[in-house]
Design a protein around this ligand. Structure first.
Ligand code: ABU
Length: 469
């Protein structure tokens, strides 16, 4: 296993196997089931790891998470060995204490010392929970009766916000028609004039503004919505203010950019995925809220006497049952996501995290400089943090559709050759290459290598392009 872990940082980043080949291999494995063969198990382990994308590779820039860290990886393996669930102290004693301590450490790092917090299954889940908290505060009978008849709540998100908020609206029963997508400015941040206009218009039309979601680090541009202005608007319209900082939360550690999050204590809730920039294995997510009884009010319900014994056994001195984390969670079974993060923190400490985030931002500045010096590359959006949005703009190709096709092809060729993996997205109608620097092992030479790879592939394609046309 350790051999595999080492190899995941070397060689091609991706084997790009075909679906048909993989399906054939898996079907063959299936036909060998039931023989209690350890050889089969190890063959599958080898095949699985050999055919996985090497997300710890220094040429993997594809997602908002990357890399591999030994303390965290050990935590993830130990968590599976212990195989327990976070709902009761009874079955997860040390895990409960570690989770509480980890939350306390992160509260302190983020400057949210007095807030309540819980671990969730991911950023999408945190955003859904934030919506439920907002609903419970506004409609105290929500648990029993759902929405009062005739109420038309509205939820405000920026046009660049993560799609999970729309799923949350669907799951809550509010439906997508409750979503108001607020336009963004030229830097990708929520346009405050537009937000005010929508709030006023909706109030006039009899809707109930319920929740405003500000994003701290949008998925494509890495933009930060104006926190203080949104907080002010939320106060004036009696809205819950949630900050989705799944991606950008770790920027709090940055010595140069940490101020982007300086006013987060003005929000009602704040979500953060530590598995993104802090590089621990997925998942490791948290939801923080200023409203101390919010989790209890929203999530405590049902007959739980079969599992949470604190009410029943309160007088039995011999059983310590007052530390269960389950009652305030939306899940029943829940993994011990805290352990891997706890080991990572113990190993690197706050200073280690600060150095890591500063390094991401330094390398991002380097990438930006390289783009500026290359005549056939262009930066497509101002850089906020460690998202770099660029594209090739080769001489002789000016049609926007053709540029989209060209850049998509370069990306695909790089991926197919296993040289580099980088993602694509759209900014308005223009395809953009989204380079994410979130692997603590990436160095300056890896960034140079990435651009060398990109430019070589683009030059080759440009020759073919002009030849064919
Ligand atoms: N939860 C957002 C992750 C998306 C990405 O990795 O690009």
């Amino acid at each position: 296993m350790s051999d595999h872990a080492r190899r995941r940082k070397q060689g091609p980043v991706n084997q790009q196997p075909s679906y048909t080949d993989l399906q054939q291999a898996v079907t063959n494995q299936s036909s060998l089931a039931g023989k209690k063969s350890w050889n089969l198990i190890w063959d599958v382990v080898d095949s699985y790891l050999d055919n996985s994308v090497k997300t710890a590779h220094p040429q993997y820039f594809n997602q908002l998470w990357a890399g591999q860290s030994d303390p965290a990886m050990i935590g993830a393996i130990v968590e599976v060995i212990s195989n327990t669930s976070m709902y009761t102290f009874e079955v997860a004693p040390l895990a409960t204490v570690i989770e509480n301590e980890l939350i306390s450490v992160f509260r302190q790092h983020l400057g949210l010392e007095t807030w309540a917090a819980q671990m969730t299954t991911g950023g999408s889940n945190s955003n859904f929970l934030a919506l439920l908290l907002a609903l419970h505060r506004r409609f105290p009978d929500y648990q029993q009766t759902g929405l009062p008849a005739g109420t038309k709540p509205r939820v405000y998100i920026s046009a660049d916000a993560h799609y999970s908020m729309e799923k949350a609206l669907m799951m809550s029963g509010l439906g997508l028609h409750a979503a108001v997508k607020v336009a963004v400015d030229e830097n990708g941040a929520m346009d405050m004039q537009e937000l005010h206009r929508h709030l006023q218009q909706d109030t006039n039309d009899g809707h109930k503004p319920l929740l405003i979601v500000g994003t701290a680090g949008t998925t494509v541009r890495g933009a930060f919505d104006p926190i203080e202005d949104i907080a002010d608007a939320a106060r004036r319209h009696n809205c819950w203010f949630h900050i989705d900082a799944a991606w950008g939360g770790a920027i709090r550690y940055s010595t140069s950019q940490g101020a982007l999050l300086k006013s987060i204590d003005q929000a009602d809730s704040f979500s953060w995925d530590a598995h993104k920039m802090l590089g621990v294995p997925l998942m490791c997510s948290m939801l923080f809220t200023k409203q101390h009884d919010a989790f209890r009010n929203a999530f405590r319900l049902g007959d739980t006497s079969y599992i949470f014994h604190d009410a029943i056994d309160a007088n039995e001195q011999s059983i310590d049952t007052n530390h269960d984390l389950g009652p305030d969670s939306l899940q029943c079974g829940r993994r011990v996501d805290a352990l891997k993060m706890w080991l990572e923190f113990l190993f690197y400490g706050k200073e280690g995290f600060q150095r890591r985030i500063d390094q991401f931002l330094d390398l991002s500045a380097l990438a930006e400089q390289r783009i500026a010096t290359e005549p056939e590359l262009e930066l497509q959006a101002p850089r906020w943090i460690n998202n770099i949005c660029f594209r090739s703009k080769p001489e002789g190709i000016s049609d926007e559709q053709e540029l989209n096709q060209f850049n998509q092809k370069v990306r695909q060729s790089l991926m197919q050759s296993g040289k580099s993996m980088v993602n694509q997205a759209y900014l308005n109608q223009a395809l953009t290459i989204r380079l994410i620097i979130a692997n603590k092992d990436v160095t300056e030479s890896d960034i140079s290598q990435f651009f060398d790879n990109w430019i070589a592939e683009a030059s080759e394609l440009k020759r073919e392009w002009h030849y064919e046309s």
